[in-house]
Design a protein around this ligand. Structure first.
Ligand code: ASP
Length: 364
């Protein structure tokens, strides 16, 4: 691609319109399996009107309904998926995403999110963002209003505030109580004591329920123009070390989308996924002809087979944590898979939301 300087680009954009310039930048070079001869954004929008579809993690019923309502009105898939997850980010009762998400070990909520837009082949993300409940909106602004892909921590917060986001305390009473319970039960020798009586000699219990609590929402969607986009947003691992970033905001790990092929995302143990870049792998396996479900299962297999750390395996050498993948392809086929039996995903076929069993590697 020829390099054009920024001033030249802005001048040209003003003269000819952003869509035309974008298409001239995208449509360079010769034919390639990676789609360098993509049609312009405008042409992609005029392309055949097809059946939309959207997939999400199991906590996304309302989010999928919202996403599809917007997509069915003729909007871009990205508008739909972001509006969809905003519902979950705003919901104090979902303790794995946005407002009400479980905090880090210091009791502060830190959020990760990313978006990827198929037709323009762009992405944006934020990590360890505090005090802003809709990180997916900020991630979209990183994509649209910066020359970057990922902003973290304080810089992400300053950027959000520059765009008018208000800071607010994201810790709900319920999440604070869960955090305190964990803290008071984590170590029987430290100075934090759970409620007890003066008769008790052995104070505290390991508070298993929240110790390794994961949770996230991912949505991938195909809109009526046949374009793909996706989003993943989360409060990440409960009671994490401050600054810990999971897979969700990492393009290729927590989500990936190629407008010529398909879109994929993940929930579950982010560290395993960061080491395997599973979402990008799933899209590449779909490019090679695998169905979405086969590709998701291959990702599970890869996570399991590549793990060398005994502490992460059960007594049969199987990866003992949960990781789940979701994928759709350009033809509107879909599938999901998890390492362990029992997980589900949701699919919206343009008419209604249906819950499906994930394919799986192992049964408990
Ligand atoms: N994958 C997320 C993370 O590791 C958490 C989750 O999906 O449960 O931050």
């Amino acid at each position: 691609m020829n390099k054009i300087n920024r001033r030249e680009f802005i001048k040209t954009t003003a003269l000819t319109g952003a869509a035309a310039v974008t298409s001239s930048i995208i449509c360079t070079g010769g034919a390639s399996v990676f789609g360098r001869n993509l049609p312009s954004l405008a042409a992609q929008k005029q392309a055949a009107v097809g059946k939309p579809i959207a997939i999400s993690s199991g906590n996304g019923t309302k989010a999928l309904e919202k996403a599809m309502e917007i997509i069915n009105q003729g909007s871009d898939a990205l508008d739909g998926v972001v509006a969809g997850v905003n519902i979950v980010e705003d919901d104090p009762n979902d303790m794995s995403v946005g407002y009400g998400g479980l905090p880090n070990e210091e009791g502060i909520v830190e959020l990760d999110a990313a978006v990827m837009h198929g037709p323009s082949y762009r992405a944006g993300s934020v990590a360890a963002l505090r005090n802003v409940k809709n990180p997916s909106k900020v991630a979209r602004l990183v994509m649209e209003r910066t020359d970057h892909v990922l902003l973290v921590g304080e810089g992400a917060l300053k950027f959000a505030k520059a765009h008018g986001f208000k800071e607010e305390d994201l810790l709900t009473e319920r999440a604070r109580e869960a955090w305190l319970k964990c803290k008071e039960n984590l170590n029987k020798e430290d100075d934090w004591l759970p409620p007890h009586s003066i008769e008790d000699t052995d104070i505290g219990e390991i508070y298993e329920k929240y110790l390794r609590h994961y949770g996230t929402i991912h949505i991938s969607a195909l809109d009526t123009y046949g374009n793909l986009s996706c989003v993943t947003t989360t409060s990440g691992l409960a009671f994490k070390i401050p600054g810990r970033v999971g897979d969700s905001p990492i393009i290729g790990a927590g989500l990936y989308c190629d407008n010529e092929v398909g879109s994929a995302g993940s929930t579950g143990r982010g560290e395993a996924n960061l080491l395997n870049l599973s979402s990008a792998m799933i899209v590449e396996w779909m490019r090679q002809g695998k169905s979405p479900e086969e590709a998701c299962l291959l990702a599970c297999k890869r996570v399991n087979e590549r793990c060398r750390e005994k502490r992460l395996q059960d007594d049969q050498g199987r990866f003992k944590h949960g990781v789940t993948f979701y994928a759709i392809n350009k033809r509107g086929e879909y599938g999901g898979a998890s390492i362990w039996k029992g997980d589900t995903y949701l699919i919206h076929d343009g008419i209604e939301v249906k819950r499906k069993e994930c394919a799986y590697l192992f049964k408990k």
